[in-house]
Design a binder for this molecule. Structure first.
Ligand code: BGC
Length: 863
């Protein structure tokens, strides 16, 4: 994949040439010995390798050049390189190792010595240390990854990592050390190979070599307890200096490692961003609610852990307890409230060795918290003695949003923080309680905002694989969570994300690979739903439009009244069934599977017909109970026939502005659809009214009550129940801010929830500034595979302006709310005057003004 820049406007690629070479020298001499695409007429800026077959560990260098709209040849790109992973199961000769007796709770330390007799050019460690592990070579940690490798269903897929370690090795004796914690595997297993290439080009597999396990020692060390939920206990008195260096040893209990059963999953090279420490935060305030008990307030909720810097007597124990809230009153006032963590212990303990300043942070756990309560500290902690480490998958932020409403900006920031707290090699529901799972229902609402905010091309593609791993090969049923840890099989039909996320990968990143790779699975899921349909209606449901304001939940239902009372389960399930069939038809179209495209489009039409028969209520001029959710989901998913659209919109507007007093009554799924449907129907003002609320239930209400990340419930609750304070499922408003307020949209395709298959990866997109009375400006930026899109509109000083930046190769359809009679300029040039086009082929048929521009910077203003 490549992108291009140009000072010209309307610039695009008309042809490309790619060279892939086996050495850098060959590439520099313009020799593509592995692949020379030749000059290929195409606008594609991402292609699959089509050269000679590559082998395991092969290194390749590549570059690309493009020809522009005028046929001018561009310069070659800087050389880039990639390396192949271990491609064949037979590349794996090492056994899984461990210690069958196990030392319950403790992390295991593995150590192996080996000798290098000849100079080497290249050395690679391929490793899966389950659940989580840390690689050391000759006394140094090799990389900055944490909570590695990524979580998966290990019986289906084991994701291994690759490290270049040549710079860590030395002639003579060397040591590889690995610390392994329980992570999500709950029992420690290590798989490790070391491959080297000598300077003369000869290659060898030094580990396992001819001593698959005998040469490995395994033992315990200072990590006495480690658990994802409960935290870590570390006794620094048990540290073993030099354990990972030549001449050192594991000084506590240790024994020769054993060959041990390991998970049977296929070994797959990590292709997603690793988890890293992304930020370090210093407390905003420190209080002492009880003698010797200090509470560090990090100023915001986050996922990660604390790092401490402490000195004191040997054997003293510092206890760190994590929480999202504090007790307000009573004996415990000001101390951490861990009730909503359910059974997660959320506590780390450090026992000092008493040797001056000691800096420590846990390795094999993480917590969701704003507050860290410190007990047992020798003396009084300095303000920066306890810092928060923000930990997440190191995906790049891809978007930015800002507007004239401080409240919307703070809502945006709250959603962003919540999303970043819940990316840990999969999109989790929450980071704090004994859960942290990839719930499919939540992602249906959250995914679109997430792909505006972060580059999730690789993380989402991996997670779709997690869903596929859990799919029943016989029935096609998928599971509520992936990897499957909780919930049910079959998943609730609201799990449209199995189709929606690949579709977003396609529309946002131009990824057709995932569509093709997962097509059979997606189709099997839609076919499964068909087996559950009676007369086109799917009635089963577990969660539906989950977690509406509590008064709208069924009293006593799951999750403390979290099942919607007025949004019938069959209505939601059937709508999602139709939507899934519709998405599948679109996907089949992209994959040029015309038969399936027609068949599933016909299925979607048929379900829509049955849906209307069953759920249309003439008296209410709406669907189901006529509440916000029923109407919003029907419209969003394209189930409303044209002749009913106006009635449905009117019902929605009436409900919101009438009995709901500009508040929502929706749960995790339909909140998204409410804002989007109102806006697409021309009533973005009503949607904005909902978004700008500060009274219950609303995002503003969360902020007014001190939220820094989104709550799971619309209510402010901190007790022992489903009361997460860092839960992204209510964050769909972020997508609405980008799409409707700033106005960067993938081209629609009929219904609100359907987008066009044309011009994926923002090769074509729409810019439609959300000019509304209460706002005077909005801006957003989005890094796309083509380059950066920037939109900034303003109505300040009585003048409308729009600054727009379009990447090379993209085309933007600009839709402007220009009042009749107004003149539009681009720079100094007139575009539209006296209701006639002067340039840019602007046009309108009654509604807004439309025009289309290619790449470059554009400055529109109206007069
Ligand atoms: C999860 C939610 C999810 C729900 C579905 C909860 O435990 O935290 O995010 O939507 O279960 O039942």
């Amino acid at each position: 994949m490549w992108s291009a820049t140009s000072p010209d406007r309307n610039q695009r690629q008309t042809a490309y040439r790619i060279l892939v070479a086996g050495t850098r020298e060959q590439l520099e001499a313009d020799q593509g010995d592995l692949w020379d695409s030749g000059v290929t007429r195409s606008s594609a800026m991402s292609v699959e390798y089509a050269g000679t077959a590559l082998h395991s560990m092969q290194q390749c260098w590549w570059k690309a050049r493009a020809w522009d709209a005028q046929g001018r040849e561009g310069p070659w790109s800087e050389p880039a390189s990639f390396e192949m992973a271990l491609l064949s199961p037979s590349d794996w000769t090492a056994p899984w190792m461990g210690y069958p007796g196990a030392w319950p709770g403790k992390a295991l330390y593995f150590r192996r010595e080996f000798t290098l007799t000849r100079p080497i050019k290249r050395a690679r460690v391929y490793m899966a240390g389950l659940g989580w592990s840390e690689l050391h070579v000759n006394g140094r940690k090799v990389n900055d990854r944490v909570l590695d490798p990524p979580q998966s269903n290990y019986s289906k897929r084991v994701i291994y990592s690759t490290d270049a370690v040549e710079s860590f090795l030395q002639p003579g004796k060397n040591v590889i050390g690995v610390i392994c914690g329980n992570g999500w595997h709950a029992c420690v297993r290590l798989l490790l190979q070391l491959h080297v290439e000598y300077e003369d080009g000869e290659t060898a597999q030094l580990i396992p070599g001819d001593q698959p396990y005998h040469a490995w020692q395994v033992g315990t060390g200072p990590i006495l307890e480690n658990s994802v939920y409960d935290g870590e206990v570390y006794d620094a008195r048990l540290e073993m200096p030099g354990w990972d260096e030549p001449g050192g040893r594991i000084t506590s209990k240790s024994i020769m490692a054993s060959v041990i059963d390991g998970p049977s999953g296929a070994r797959v090279a990590a292709s997603l961003e690793p988890i890293r420490v992304m930020k370090t935060l210093t407390a905003q305030t420190i209080t002492q609610p009880q003698p010797g008990v200090y509470v560090f307030d990090m100023g915001r909720n986050l996922a990660g852990w604390a790092r401490i810097c402490v000195s004191g007597p040997r054997g003293s124990q510092v206890r760190l307890r994590y929480a999202e809230s504090l007790y307000d009153d009573g004996d415990a006032a000001g101390t951490v409230n861990q009730e909503n963590l359910i059974i997660a212990g959320a506590e780390d303990n450090y026992i000092l060795k008493g040797e001056g300043e000691e800096t420590w942070e846990p390795r094999f756990t993480y917590h969701g918290f704003r507050y860290v309560q410190v007990e047992g500290w020798p003396g009084e902690p300095a303000p920066d003695a306890v810092q928060a480490r923000l930990v997440r998958s190191a995906v790049e932020p891809s978007g930015a949003f800002e507007c004239s409403s401080d409240l919307l900006n703070r809502i945006y920031e709250m959603v962003h923080r919540t999303e970043e707290s819940n990316l840990h090699s999969l999109p989790t529901d929450c980071p704090q309680r004994s859960e942290r799972m990839g719930w499919l229902n939540d992602i249906a609402a959250r995914a679109e905002g997430a792909v505006y905010n972060f580059d999730l091309a690789r993380l989402y593609s991996k997670w779709i694989g997690d869903i596929a791993d859990e799919q029943d090969p016989q029935t096609g049923a998928i599971t509520d969570t992936a990897p499957f840890r909780w919930g049910k099989r079959p998943a609730d039909p609201v799990s449209v994300c199995y189709l929606l996320v690949p579709w977003l990968l396609y529309t946002h990143y131009g990824d057709t690979h995932t569509l093709a790779e997962r097509y059979t699975g997606m189709k099997a899921w839609v076919d499964y739903l068909t087996t559950r349909a009676e007369d086109g209606i799917v009635s089963y449901s577990s969660w539906g439009d989950w977690s509406p304001p509590i008064a709208f939940g069924i009293k006593g239902s799951d999750g403390d009244s979290a099942v919607s009372r007025d949004t019938p389960a069959p209505l939601v399930s059937t709508a999602c069934y139709a939507y899934s069939a519709r998405l599948l038809a679109q996907i089949a179209g992209v994959l040029a599977n015309e038969a399936d495209r027609q068949a599933y489009a016909a299925l979607a039409d048929e379900i829509a017909e049955r849906f209307n028969k069953r759920f249309w209520n003439k008296k209410l001029r709406g669907y189901g109970s006529g509440n916000q959710s029923c109407n919003a989901i029907a419209a969003y998913m394209g189930l409303v026939p044209p002749e009913r659209c106006a009635q449905v919109l009117a019902s929605l507007v009436e409900n919101v502005t009438g009995p709901s007093h500009n508040h929502l009554t929706t749960g995790n799924i339909c909140t998204k659809y409410l804002l989007e449907v109102l806006s697409a129907g021309g009533r973005a003002d009503v949607a904005l009214g909902v978004a700008l609320q500060e009274t219950y239930p609303s995002w503003g209400y969360m902020l007014a009550n001190g939220a820094t990340t989104l709550w799971e419930r619309w209510e402010h609750a901190t007790g022992k129940a489903m009361n997460s304070h860092n839960h992204p499922m209510m964050g769909s408003v972020a997508a609405w801010l980008y799409r409707v307020v700033a106005g960067i949209q993938v081209e629609p395709d009929g219904a609100v929830g359907l987008t066009s298959a044309q011009g994926p990866g923002f090769e074509r997109f729409m810019v439609c500034p959300g000019v509304m009375d209460q706002l005077t400006h909005a801006r957003a930026a989005l890094k796309t595979v083509k380059g950066k899109i920037e939109v900034a509109w303003s109505t300040e000083n009585g003048q409308f302006t729009l600054d727009l930046s379009v990447p090379v190769g993209s085309q933007a359809r600009v839709v402007l709310p220009l009042p009749t009679g107004a003149t539009l300029y681009e720079g100094e040039d007139v575009v539209w005057r006296d209701e006639k086009s002067v340039s840019l082929r602007a046009h309108r048929t009654g509604g807004p003004l439309e025009l289309s521009v290619g790449s470059g910077a554009w400055h529109f203003r109206s007069h």
